[in-house]
Design a protein around this ligand. Structure first.
Ligand code: PLP
Length: 456
């Protein structure tokens, strides 16, 4: 069968409250044109993030009833640890309440002021945790990733020559090197097995530990299966095992390919490092057999990690994300090509050439997508990554002005996605009328969450 259908039936439904453009215009004005300030019951299709927003399976809900909430020695932890070890293969598994807690514990344990940590592209919390430890976080995306519209099967790869250069220039100052799979900051693009293997060899030759930011490891495994002919017949779980066999540890947000609404973990093969990490864990997250999670959350993750590796699920996930990307791209909407694993990224600067960066084309498009269709997306451009000097008011701008449409796991049907396609194409039709915006109020850090805007 050529047609790929949702590999699940729906047992529980959540109503969507219908709104119209007039009501949404009012809501936007009240929220200062910042979609983070809009209540989710005023959203028709919520593509703000794929993190923690997925639907759990009946099997996961059933497993949650087995959750053992003992403070120490919970069997739920043992089931969780058994799954993580089975897939990821690391010696030590430390549960955390979400991905950034794993990053913080890793950075607190290994990173010193003046250090340097390379990555294909640091996610913003990874970067922030490394910088909070006094180190420099360096992004080394491969050259192919720079051309947003160009096709390359593994645009998430790290630039290996640049990595060697950074390691050789900073001997003794690199506590670990990292690769993010898939590369969220770089358009949800996958990393090839060859790239991971070569990175491991480069790190090993220099005695630098190699860590994986594993949030979307199952999506990455599916891309390897479908884009590297030598893995076409390999099970996703074996691809995942091989990916992690090259690494010394990983950080994970189970809110993505853990298929859970909360949770994460930190893994390591180093006994001394793991002991130190557990000490920090006890200080801020909890005892090592629950680490800031309820026993029922550990159960949901233990089941969800295997569900993420089910071939039918990944086939559907990849097809539905690609469906959205291809249908808007065919009509001329400029997107980051090829479609990523968890999201489609619209190039707002290319779509709205009449808006200079000072008018924040990405945020302007986010506002119009909501006003016109009730769709919530997120700007990944100069609102998120630009800065304003408080003394002079001088602005710096991001390299690209993107709008991310992230697809929650197992939540929306094909007709929801058809609605999103139609809405985006209608906005595309009247794109020359989309007005720019200006920032009227902003906090000094992570301004995109709380800033207020006004229309120009
Ligand atoms: C690549 C990547 N790393 C780390 C994180 C942080 O995970 P969490 O939101 O669970 O703290 C995210 C979350 O979106 C992510 O996409």
């Amino acid at each position: 069968m050529a047609r790929i259908i949702e590999p699940f039936r729906i047992k529980v439904v959540e109503p969507i409250r219908m709104t119209d453009p007039e009501e949404r215009a009012q809501i936007l004005a009240e929220a200062g044109y910042n979609l983070f300030r809009v209540a989710s019951d005023a959203i028709l299709i919520d593509l703000l993030t794929d993190s923690g927003t997925g639907a759990m399976s009946a099997h996961q809900w059933g497993a949650m009833m087995q959750g053992d909430e003992s403070y120490a020695g919970s069997p739920s932890f043992h089931r969780f640890k058994h799954t993580v070890k089975d897939i990821f293969g690391f010696r030590h598994v430390i549960p955390t309440h979400q991905g950034r807690a794993a990053e913080r514990i890793l950075a607190t344990t290994l990173v010193k002021p003046g250090d340097v940590v390379p990555n294909n592209t640091h996610f913003d919390t990874t970067r922030a945790n490394i910088e909070a430890a006094g180190a420099t976080a360096i992004d080394l995306p491969c050259a192919e990733s720079r051309d947003l519209a160009a096709y390359h099967p593994f645009k998430g790869n790290i630039d290996l020559a640049a990595l060697e250069h950074v390691l050789d220039e900073n001997t003794g100052k690199v506590p670990f090197a990292m690769i993010t799979i898939t590369n969220n900051g770089g358009g949800g693009q996958p990393v090839s097995m060859d790239n991971m293997r070569a990175m491991a060899e480069i790190c090993q030759a220099r005695g630098v530990p190699f860590y994986v930011d594993a949030c979307r490891f199952a999506e990455n495994a599916y891309f390897i299966k479908t884009r590297s002919p030598e893995y076409a017949e390999t099970d996703l779980i074996d691809i995942a095992r091989e990916m992690f066999s090259y690494a010394d540890g990983c950080t994970m947000s189970a809110k993505k390919d853990g298929m859970a609404n909360i949770g994460g973990f930190l893994c390591s093969n180093d006994d001394a490092v793991a002991r130190q990490e557990e000490e920090i864990l006890i200080l801020t997250e909890g005892f090592p057999t629950y680490g800031g999670l309820a026993g029922r959350d550990l159960e949901a993750i233990a089941v969800g990690l295997y569900e993420a590796l089910a071939l039918d699920y990944q086939r559907y996930r990849s097809a539905s994300t690609r469906y959205l990307g291809e249908h808007i791209a065919e009509a001329g909407v400029p997107i980051v090509q090829p479609p990523g694993g968890h999201a489609i990224y619209i190039d707002a600067q290319a779509m709205l050439p009449h808006l200079p960066q000072a008018h924040y084309p990405g945020q302007a498009l986010v506002v119009e997508l909501y006003r016109h269709g009730g769709i919530r997306a997120v700007e990944i451009g100069s609102v998120m990554f630009g800065t304003r000097d408080p003394a002079t008011g001088a602005e710096t701008y991001a390299e690209h002005e993107l709008v991310r449409l992230a697809i929650p796991r197992r939540v929306y049907t094909k007709s929801h996605i058809d609605y999103v396609v139609e809405s985006i194409l209608e906005v595309y039709e009247h794109r020359d009328q989309v007005r720019g915006i200006r920032i009227v109020e902003q906090p000094p850090m992570l301004r995109h969450f709380m800033a207020r805007f006004a229309m120009r």
